[in-house]
Design a protein around this ligand. Structure first.
Ligand code: WTA
Length: 638
């Protein structure tokens, strides 16, 4: 079998892939260009129309309030709750019997839940949360493996008007501690552990250690998933299954959904930013539900008969928007898998596509490159003919990986929806639709109602083909509303570099046909296998190791991961640089931050390049590592 070696470069190509007549004929949106034009003429009318497809306890008075920019508000005066649209309205119809979720554990156990069953479990758990004193506005931390209870916990929190803060189950002690403390969560929902790549990840143990570092929240709820021994602290820790069996909760269905203002908070999600600690991105009920629903329905063309699989983790924005909320609002059937794509063999994903008849499959460039490495014999063993659409997110997809995905998974009949968006944007900002002509490696054009551009340092549009900063020029309903507890940072990070424009932190090119090509981050965010990590958080994790005096972290291109972490460390006196120390440091980072943060390379240095004010010049490190002369540096960033 011929092995293609991927090139990570996202080079602009002029190849165009046109959709077949069959794809266009069945597409929800047959003519994306016309919809784009109509929406651009009147974005408020466009979004009002989409909002009318959902249920509201009370209709809004104003579609968009721009009186306090950049603190935009959507559907002001409207009363709703995202759970009204994700569950309540479906259980009143035939969809109560439709599968909401099909789930397979890494070991191969199967669980399914109809909309009725999911709603019942959500109602029961909402009553559990209420009995613990959780009410509207309280924060709830959710730290879970990829199991159905993750969705139940998120939806139950939203149902009672509390605010969830999901921490990715691949994060570890310090990352979890910081996020619990900053959010001031009253309760943590976790599990004894999860399965990943044949290993048991002991989540409750990590929670215990994180709680030793913080003023403990009042309660911890623990789902028994692995059945391993865990420490249960009396009066603080409770088993999920015991709480769910209490007389007050077992009737389940008796739990009213809290009536929320459209602009009331739904969740916070921590993400790494330019400098400093991770910031909590805040999203609200009203606009977010409209944005995620409309984009999923149009871009992935969801139909009642579809079986949708988004391979992300609910702990990241992709999971929040497109595993949990949008598919449920759309009344879809989702598939979710607990474990690793290569366990026990590199065809695990292809096996499940065949077994469950998945029709729309949304994944990441890193996963595609990783699986491509094993050759096409693995997918070719399976009947993948149920698939009709593919998708990609998280990092630029290099044309080689795109073509491999298109040929070997989609069998040259499934268009690939390359979606560009962010934790902050909540929903797809740029994406084709099935009826759009595609160029491998380009996220194509903005979604209807979104105005994007590429500008230079002065904020002026650059010529076609030129590189510049990606900006968004109009607000959209699922946009973040603020950084939780730090509105000033919201303004300065996103809205002050180019007044009146949202600064995305990415560089891009726009070609002569108006197609956008994302190049990568221009700030201190590193996308490792599509996972978003920040240099500041990594550096502080390094300096908590007793041998480290100073640390600088940069991201450098990597064939599989897209970017990889390189660390430059100054050791404290009395510490010798050696292999054992490198190993110990890698373990330390995995323990504090999580295995995804393990550095590719650690170098010990005597000094670090700094500005006069003492700020580390990471771009100098980057230029040196990539063999550029420091004379080339000025063109690298900023
Ligand atoms: C990158 C993930 C190229 C980009 C949904 C962005 C992409 C960051 C794409 C946000 C794409 C996401 N092509 N790059 N299709 N999608 N990115 O917040 O750098 O985890 O700014 O949200 O991922 O990462 P986040």
């Amino acid at each position: 079998m011929k092995e293609e070696k991927p090139s990570i470069q996202n080079t602009v190509t002029d190849d165009i892939y046109y959709p077949s007549a069959e794809v266009v004929a069945q597409a929800n949106v047959k003519d994306p260009e016309t919809v784009r034009k109509e929406a651009a003429n009147d974005i408020q009318a466009y979004w009002a129309k989409r909002a009318q497809e959902l249920e509201w306890y009370k209709k809004w008075d104003t579609v968009l309030d721009e009186s306090n920019k950049p603190f935009y508000q959507w559907f002001v005066g409207g009363k709703t709750n995202i759970v009204l649209n994700a569950l309540d309205r479906h259980v009143k119809t035939w969809r109560r019997n439709k599968l909401a979720l099909i789930w397979e554990s890494e070991k191969g156990e199967l669980r399914t839940m109809s909309y009725h069953a999911l709603n019942r479990e959500v109602c029961k758990f909402a009553n559990v949360l209420k009995s613990m004193g959780i009410s509207k506005g309280d924060r709830v931390t959710i730290y879970m493996p990829r199991i159905p209870e993750t969705l139940i916990a998120m939806l139950a929190t939203a149902k009672i008007g509390a605010v969830h803060s999901v921490v990715y189950g691949g994060f570890s002690v310090e990352a979890l501690h910081g996020r619990i403390e900053d959010s001031e969560s009253k309760v943590i929902i976790t599990a004894d552990g999860g399965n990943m790549n044949g290993k048991k990840i002991e989540l409750k143990k990590i929670v215990d250690e994180a709680l030793q570092r913080t003023g403990a929240p009042e309660n911890v709820v623990v789902v028994k998933h692995l059945g391993i021994d865990v420490n249960m602290e009396a009066g603080r820790d409770y088993w999920y299954h015991e709480l769910m069996a209490l007389p007050l909760t077992r009737n389940g269905l008796r739990c009213e959904t809290e009536v929320m203002d459209a602009e009331d908070p739904l969740f916070i999600l921590y993400t790494s930013g330019t400098t400093g600690k991770p910031k909590a991105i805040l999203h609200t009920h009203g606009g977010y539900q409209v944005g995620v629903y409309a984009t999923l329905k149009d871009v992935f063309d969801l139909k009642e008969e579809d079986r949708w699989w988004c391979t992300a983790d609910p702990g990241w924005i992709t999971g929040h928007s497109y595993i949990v909320y949008a598919p449920l609002i759309a009344g879809a059937t989702s598939f979710m898998y607990e474990g690793a794509p290569t366990f026990p063999y590199p065809d695990r994903w292809w096996t499940m596509i065949e077994k469950y008849g998945i029709t729309v499959f949304y994944s990441t460039p890193t996963a595609v490159r990783g699986l491509m490495r094993f050759g096409e014999a693995w997918p070719n063993r399976h009947d993948l003919s149920s698939l009709r659409l593919l998708g990609s997110v998280g990092e630029p997809i290099n044309p080689e990986a795109w073509r491999w995905f298109y040929k070997n998974i989609g069998k040259e009949k499934c268009p690939i929806m390359d979606t560009w968006w962010q934790t902050e944007t909540g929903m797809f900002m740029m994406a084709p639709m099935p009826a759009s002509p595609l160029k491998p490696g380009s996220a194509t054009k903005p979604y209807p109602g979104i105005e994007a551009d590429v500008v230079n340092e002065a904020g002026k549009s650059v010529a076609p083909g030129e590189e510049g900063f990606l900006v968004l020029k109009k607000p959209w309903p699922a946009m973040m509303r603020t950084i939780y507890k730090d509105p000033e940072r919201y303004e300065s990070t996103y809205w002050s570099k180019f007044p009146g424009m949202y600064f995305a932190g990415d560089s891009a090119r726009k070609d002569k046909d108006g197609y956008f090509w994302i190049i990568g981050r221009v700030d201190d965010v590193i996308k490792v296998s599509g996972y978003r990590l920040g240099t500041a958080e990594l550096e502080s994790a390094f300096i908590t190791h007793p041998a480290v005096a100073e640390a600088a972290v940069i991201g450098l291109p990597h064939e599989l991961k897209g970017m990889a972490i390189h660390a430059y460390l100054i050791l404290k006196a009395n510490h010798e640089p050696n292999e054992a120390l490198v190993e110990d440091l890698r373990k330390h980072i995995a323990h504090e931050m999580g295995p995804i943060a393990k550095p590719e390379k650690i170098e010990f240095v005597k000094s670090l390049p700094k500005t006069r004010s003492g700020k580390i010049m990471r771009r100098v490190l980057k230029a040196r590592a990539q063999g550029m002369s420091e004379g080339d540096i000025s063109t690298l960033e900023e």
